[in-house]
Design a protein around this ligand. Structure first.
Ligand code: UD1
Ligand code: CA
Length: 472
């Protein structure tokens, strides 16, 4: 009985232990909000909709959901407000008006980011449109969690109830099987059980977990899907837990990249905060951070300590250590066989052709460099169009900003710009031209010309340098 799936994501809690102004579910893991991971996972289940229950920071949470892309983007997202927050059962009650009785409701938490879609699918299969299916786990230290109470000692004995830690007897607290917070339940049954909840318990809350005893009373089968991977059900309540799950996430990403053939110098020293696509024979040295959408072509090598964001790097390019690239919205393109860094900075709109060389302490912004162009030392290229084989000397810059507006500099093919030049935009340096070192160029130059614009050199013969007065 494959019924339509409606996902309910509880995200109304305050997250007091994060000690942050940001709602807990918007804290980032792998560069994306915790909630985005949960919504993404729901998206992979071909659910017909997901209802996010917001409360604390509801406006912010809802706005963040509206900006979600990826698998989350394809899913119908709806919102229900829970104010005040009177417990998990009360939270799911708020979603009921948005849930149709012909479906199965899958309850998730917005602060549990690493659950895998196949785990949830197995839970849904177990529910099969007629049973109450609980995701459970054995824990060495189950303190604080709801305990799975069974009819007997055997692991397969009937599930009778979930008892919250604060309500549990000393005997029940010894039970190591805990409820993960994730369940799949036929919606028509969920609706009838939620109507029967009360808050007569240690926390005076409406517990979602109390529906287990109603299922037992009604003779509906309660089944547990027990997994052993604790990370999949681990929630984030504190910065320490967030950092722990970040490491788990990063090691999963590193393992997946290596399975594709990517050679990581040390999988424990890689951070991907977004998506990283790699071709064949890619090598990445230690302490690199990738953000946003990054793609590395075949044979690309990335040196140690690079930060690379929103960028496409073509085959055979080498990014030397300590390079910072961020394409932000415009993106950055690095051409085939280009050599970048060490200590280079590529900013939004840098489009580098094949075999371009960008050396140490060179900054490139919103500029196109054609094949074979080089700026090897201490330079700034902003709002420039640079032709093939141009050599841009050490210490030279394009002065693109007049204090109010930005202007373009065009440097045609085969130009040689000497050291310490200032090209005051808008200006065009004609093809094949040469600009003498130390020139400040304010007027366009003809093709093939040598242009020099600096104080003329004078040499005074027999010059005597001042001397210090003799000491008394
Ligand atoms: C809950 C379960 C417990 C389980 C544990 C797993 C209940 C009563 N208990 O306990 O059996 O072992 O999760 O982590 O369900 N939330 C709301 N509105 C509320 C209360 C909570 O949206 O009124 C949200 C929270 O933001 C969170 C999730 O529900 O995302 C779980 O709430 P939490 O307070 O962490 O539940 P626990 O008491 O830990
Ligand atoms: Ca919790």
């Amino acid at each position: 009985m494959a019924l339509p799936i409606d996902v309910v994501i509880m995200a109304a809690g305050k997250g007091t232990r994060m000690k942050s102004k940001l709602p807990k579910v918007l804290h980032r893991l792998g560069g994306r909000a915790l909630l985005a991971h949960v919504v993404d996972c729901a998206g992979r289940l071909s659910a017909r909709q997901a209802v996010v229950i917001s409360g604390h920071g509801a406006m912010e949470v809802e706005a963040a959901c509206a900006r979600m892309t990826g698998a989350a983007g394809g899913l119908g997202l709806k919102f229900a407000r829970q104010e005040p927050q009177l417990g998990t059962g009360h939270a799911v009650q708020q979603a009921l008006p948005l849930l149709a009785d012909d479906g199965v409701t899958l309850v998730l938490s917005g602060d549990v980011p690493l659950t895998q879609a196949d785990t949830l699918q197995a839970l849904l299969d177990l529910c099969d449109g007629q049973r109450l299916a609980l995701l459970t786990l054995r824990m060495a230290d189950p303190t604080g969690y709801g305990r799975i109470v069974r009819a007997g000692e055997q692991a397969s004995a009937q599930v009778r109830a979930i008892v919250e830690h604060k309500d549990a007897t000393a005997e029940q607290r010894k039970i190591s099987e805990i409820y993960s917070g994730i369940m799949a339940v036929p919606t028509r049954l969920l609706r009838s059980w939620l109507a029967r909840l009360d808050n007569k318990n240690a926390q005076s809350e409406y517990y979602l977990t109390d529906i287990v005893k109603f299922a037992v009373q009604d003779g509906v089968a309660v089944v547990a899907h027990q997994i052993s991977d604790a990370a999949q059900v681990a929630g984030v309540n504190s910065p320490v837990q967030l950092a722990e799950l970040e490491r788990v996430y990063q090691s999963r990403v590193a393992a997946a990249l290596m399975a594709e053939g990517v050679r990581l110098a040390d999988p424990a020293r890689l951070d991907v905060r977004g998506t990283l696509a790699c071709g064949q024979d890619v090598e990445i040295d230690v302490n690199c951070v990738f953000e946003g959408v990054v793609s590395l072509g075949d044979d690309v090598r990335v040196g140690a300590n690079c930060v690379i964001a929103n960028c496409t790097i073509a085959a055979g390019a080498v990014i030397h250590p300590f390079t910072h690239i961020d394409g932000e919205k415009l993106g950055v393109q690095v051409g085939e066989g280009a050599l970048i860094g060490p200590f280079a900075r590529l900013r939004p709109g840098a489009q580098l052709g094949a075999e371009v060389h960008i050396g140490n302490f060179v900054e490139v912004k919103n500029s196109t460099l054609a094949k074979g162009a080089k700026a090897n030392h201490l330079a700034y290229l902003g709002d420039a169009t640079v032709g093939e084989r141009v050599n841009f000397g050490a210490g030279s810059i394009t002065a693109n900003y007049d204090g109010a507006n930005k202007h373009r500099t065009v440097i045609e093919a085969d130009v040689h710009i000497g050291s310490n030049c200032v090209l005051v935009a808008p200006v065009t340096i004609g093809a094949g031209g040469t600009v003498g070192g130390g020139s400040t160029i304010t007027k366009s130059t003809p093709p093939g010309a040598l242009s020099v614009a600096r104080g003329k050199q004078i040499s005074l013969s027999g010059w005597t340098r001042p001397v210090k007065p003799a000491k008394a």
